[in-house]
Write a protein that binds this ligand. Structure first.
Ligand code: IPE
Ligand code: IPE
Ligand code: MG
Length: 251
């Protein structure tokens, strides 16, 4: 039998999905860890550490709602400009997250994927990610993508380079290039368009995240700092999305 809080959470999720279909693909810019820590007189690394719990909360809630894709912006190409200490902390925490969560992801039907310039990640992180990806590759309920060393401009540029090389070697006709072929050349090529983008931390910008897939995404910004982001915050974003009218340029 389910424990009461889990049964209650499932009932809430079922009510919400009866109002309107949930988004298929939710992407989140998890911002505000540093400010959360600084406001408490703590080092920034404590903010990143505290950011792991909302990831678990949101993943569970997304799963209950039947959301198929959850993509989390965890480290951008531009974040390499931070101090060596902070970058090191982030990758240590990421390694700990993968180690502690893989068994649970595997058991709960979640497939883990990493998207970004993965060659630039520390070797240990890449190995841990590769293993988790291989283990969970057959899971189909929900795909959890971690955007790591990810930046849209770098992604778009490498896609152009890849396609240009193929046309030069004769394996691709330039006139055959269409939106599908271009989209498939992106690091995020296996992901569908984003339906809902959430950004925590109060800033209203996309910071080089998934520019191609955001073309018709609904945007939701909240002042809540990521370590404080709760299930209620997530459900508010989903309910807000369900009230939107998407027109895709039509009258
Ligand atoms: C987001 O939080 C996490 C990463 C970018 C890795 P920040 O570290 O950007 O937190 P703020 O924006 O400085 O508060
Ligand atoms: C975006 O946050 C990147 C991640 C959340 C990983 P940033 O803190 O790097 O974005 P800016 O610098 O405020 O645009
Ligand atoms: Mg930030």
């Amino acid at each position: 039998m389910l424990a009461f809080p889990e049964a209650w959470a499932l009932a809430r999720a079922s009510l919400l999905t009866q109002i309107a279909p949930p988004p298929r693909h939710v992407a989140i810019i998890m911002d505000g860890n540093g400010r959360w820590a600084e406001a408490r007189g703590l080092p920034r690394s404590e903010g990143h550490a505290a950011g792991a719990e909302p990831v678990r909360t949101v993943l569970k809630a997304a799963h209950r709602l039947g959301i198929r894709y959850l993509t989390l912006y965890a480290f951008s190409t531009e974040n390499w400009a931070r101090s060596t200490e902070e970058v090191g902390n982030i990758f240590t925490l990421l390694g700990q997250y993968i180690d502690s969560e893989t068994a649970e992801l595997l058991a709960s039907g979640v497939r883990l994927m990493a998207v970004g310039d993965l060659r630039s990640l520390p070797a240990q992180t890449r190995q841990a990610l590769d293993q988790a990806e291989r283990l969970t590759a057959h899971n189909q309920d929900l795909t959890l993508s971690l955007a790591l060393s990810y930046g849209s401009r770098a992604e778009l540029t490498q896609a152009v380079r890849e396609l240009a090389t193929k046309t030069q070697t004769g394996s691709l006709d330039p006139l055959a290039i269409n939106e599908d072929i271009f989209g498939q050349s992106l690091w995020t090529g296996r992901l569908p368009d984003v339906d809902l983008l959430i950004r925590s931390g109060g800033d209203k910008r996309v910071s080089n995240f998934m520019l191609w897939h955001l073309a018709y995404a609904e945007l939701y910004f909240t002042d809540t700092l990521w370590p404080d982001f709760s299930e209620a915050d997530f459900l508010s974003a989903i309910a807000d999305f369900q009230g939107r009218q998407r027109r895709y340029g039509r009258a």
